[in-house]
Design a protein around this ligand. Structure first.
Ligand code: NFS
Length: 655
């Protein structure tokens, strides 16, 4: 089954491929079993160097055209497109694809919400009416004295504009700090509706349309913003309303969460409705009885990737691992069913599943995989799908043919820091708010805030860049907010516990100890990056740290990214005003005008900018340097003593 790598390619040991011991153990077992994993494919398939630099164009059939990244202005495409046009088109299309993924996911959640509100679906309910009211109020919907369902109807109508509106501004721009919004309006990048922005991005990047890299990049920003402040934000807010807003919960991560004597079911993908329904199914007395009859001690439900992150922060469901581990976990032989919906699902899963007799289920009409069993989740009757998967898993347990080897690692963490909870945690229920955070930034105990997010990528040692970067940041008193696969890497490294405060610098550890929080706050899945945007906006509103998001001493990073979705996220952070550093690789040719625009010019326009380094220590240096630059501009660079800052002082500082 394992294909021979190309000549001259060095086979790396499991320990060189990952810092996750459980995954390493499974890589070794897979090699013994003759089963190929993503790590092997990454080793045997070298990336195309021209494509990796984004120096090729395949948007028409006079090409594909390949330019020379060593001499970028020495050649143009057949149509005359320059290197800057080609790279900006490619970049814009990646943003469009990533934004489409998040916004389509958000639209799925919004459709579900509509059906619940209209009473057409009874298996899901509005679980968090307080959140519903606060979201409605945040976009100007009257809630005083009104019935929940009445408000919900208006909320649906408003949020639908996020997608279908053709002119005007999407509803959540009401949450954007005024000064940031002013910059967007001046640049003409306020999103109208996500469908329109994605469509226009695809149009303008086609042959013979927009051939000005700056103009193309504006549309890339507008498209990305329709994701961050649109589709992703709708997804997070509606999921909270339907399934509950996260608050801190103790969780277990790593492959040791699988149980040899139980029926193990993994849910992997992105939309929480599948998982929520699966939770109901695995708690069914009838199915538990059936599991017992099959000789199992019960049914063990665990999550992976972003689906796992959603229910980990909401319900404390154990998480088995991040993107690079989804094939490796089946090598345990202990997975009795894996069920997936959309996004980040490798086609390679099916082959591995086959090798270990694990049934792989696809459940969403938008994502089928050749060879996998398609059992569609109908939201009007979700249990018929999830019950069936449990039944199939029980039968696989009963007939397990493969020896089981489960890595022993189980790590612990505290996750579930929604922006609502951060406000409550810092200020209490009567004085909830971000002023303690701002005060601690102003007085210098906390140097700044970093969002460290995103995928793992088998082209770099799994988890290593995430963990090294975050260690550096917290040691330098930078509070770290996390989502997606990155937070799983940190949880496996034990950094999401309050005890990890000992690894933080003196200021941050003092704050962590006073509040009882970890120095690394896990906030949820990748669409929940919108929680970071909302938290950052709350910091601006609180006062003392400038008037726009671009003034804040904050930075972002996706150290091991691999997906177009990550590019969309990066661009919406940049367009929101945040310095955002990517690791692994960056699809761009250096010493070009497009490179200058992304890595410098956008900041001059009042937005954020991009940074790149594959090295976690250099990444940390870049981020801290940026945070210090912002502190200096705010006049708080020397404020490292314990000084009590009152409201008047804060206003003065921001004046
Ligand atoms: Ni986000 Fe990357 Fe995927 Fe989630 Fe994980 S790989 S861009 S973190 S599961 S979306």
């Amino acid at each position: 089954m394992t294909e021979k790598p190309d000549k001259g390619i060095k086979i790396l040991s499991a320990k060189e491929l990952t810092t996750c011991d459980a995954t390493a153990q499974m890589i070794e077992k897979a090699r013994r079993d003759g089963v190929e994993l993503v790590f092997d494919r990454a080793t045997s398939m070298k990336p195309c160097p021209i494509g990796a630099d984004s120096a090729c164009c395949k948007h028409c059939y006079m090409g594909p055209c390949r330019l020379n990244s060593k001499d970028p202005y020495g050649k143009v495409g057949v149509c005359g497109a320059t290197i800057d046009t080609i790279m900006a088109r490619n970049f814009g299309r990646a943003v469009a694809a990533g934004s489409a993924a998040h916004t389509d996911h958000g639209m799925g959640m919004l459709n579900l919400f509509r059906e619940v509100v209209e009473g057409k679906i009874s298996d899901y309910k509005i679980k968090d009416p307080i959140k519903l009211k606060s979201v409605a109020e945040s976009i100007g919907i009257e809630t005083e004295g009104r019935e929940i369902l009445d408000i919900a109807r208006d909320l649906y109508k408003e949020l639908e504009r996020t997608y279908v509106q053709v002119e005007g501004e999407i509803p959540f721009v009401k949450r954007v700090p005024e000064k940031t919004l002013e910059v967007w309006r001046k640049l003409g990048i306020v999103p109208r509706g996500a469908m329109r922005e994605v469509m226009e991005m695809m149009h303008r990047s086609a042959i013979g349309v927009d051939q000005d890299y700056e103009n193309l990049t504006k549309q890339a920003s507008r498209t990305a913003l329709s994701d961050g402040w649109g589709g992703s934000m709708v997804s997070t807010e509606i999921s909270d309303i339907l399934f509950g807003t996260p608050s801190p919960v103790a969780i277990e991560v790593n492959m040791g969460v699988l149980k040899e004597d139980k029926v193990n079911i993994i849910v992997h993908g992105h939309e929480p409705n599948l998982f929520e329904s699966m939770i109901v199914s695995v708690n069914s007395p009838v199915l538990n009885e059936a599991a017992k009859k099959a000789g199992a001690q019960g049914i063990n439900l665990v999550g992976m990737c972003c689906s796992g992150a959603e229910v980990m922060v909401r319900h404390g469901i154990p998480h088995a691992g991040n993107f690079s581990s989804t094939e490796a976990i089946m090598v345990t032989g202990a997975v009795d069913a894996m069920t997936v919906d959309i996004q980040c699902i490798k086609q390679g899963l099916q082959k591995v599943a086959e090798c270990y007799g694990t049934p792989l289920f696809t459940t969403n009409t938008r994502c089928k995989i050749e060879g996998a069993i398609h059992l569609e989740l109908n939201e009007h009757d979700p249990l018929s799908c999830t019950d069936e998967i449990v039944i199939k898993a029980i039968s696989r347990f009963k007939n397990r043919k493969h020896p089981v080897e489960i890595p022993r690692q189980i790590n612990h963490g505290v996750h579930g820091f929604s922006h609502e909870y951060i406000s409550y945690m810092l200020g209490g229920s009567f004085r909830g708010g971000y002023s303690p955070l701002n005060d601690n930034i102003i007085n210098g105990r906390i140097r700044g805030v970093a969002g460290v997010v995103g995928c793992t990528n088998p082209r770099v040692k799994q988890d290593y860049v995430h963990v090294e970067l975050v260690k550096q940041l917290i040691k330098n008193d930078v509070l770290v907010l996390q989502t997606g696969c990155s937070q799983i890497a940190l949880a496996k490294a034990g950094l999401t516990t309050p005890e990890a405060a000992v690894l933080a610098g003196p200021g941050l550890s003092e704050v962590c100890e006073a509040v009882g929080m970890p120095p690394v706050l896990g906030m949820g899945s990748c669409v929940d990056n919108s929680r970071i945007l909302i938290a950052a906006s709350a910091m601006v509103r609180e006062g003392g740290l400038g008037d726009s998001l671009a003034d804040l001493p904050v930075a972002g990073a996706a150290p091991e990214w691999m997906s177009e979705k990550a590019i969309a996220i990066g661009q919406y952070f940049v367009a929101s005003g945040v310095f955002t550093v990517f690791g692994v690789t960056f699809p761009i040719v250096e010493n070009t005008r497009f490179h200058d625009l992304l890595f410098d010019g956008l900041e001059k326009q009042g937005l954020g900018k991009w940074g790149f380094s594959p090295d976690p220590h250099e990444m940390a240096r870049l981020m801290i340097e940026h945070i210090d630059k912002k502190r200096k501009a705010l006049g708080i660079d020397k404020a490292r003593d314990r000084i009590l800052v009152d409201m008047a002082d804060r206003r003065q500082l921001s004046a």
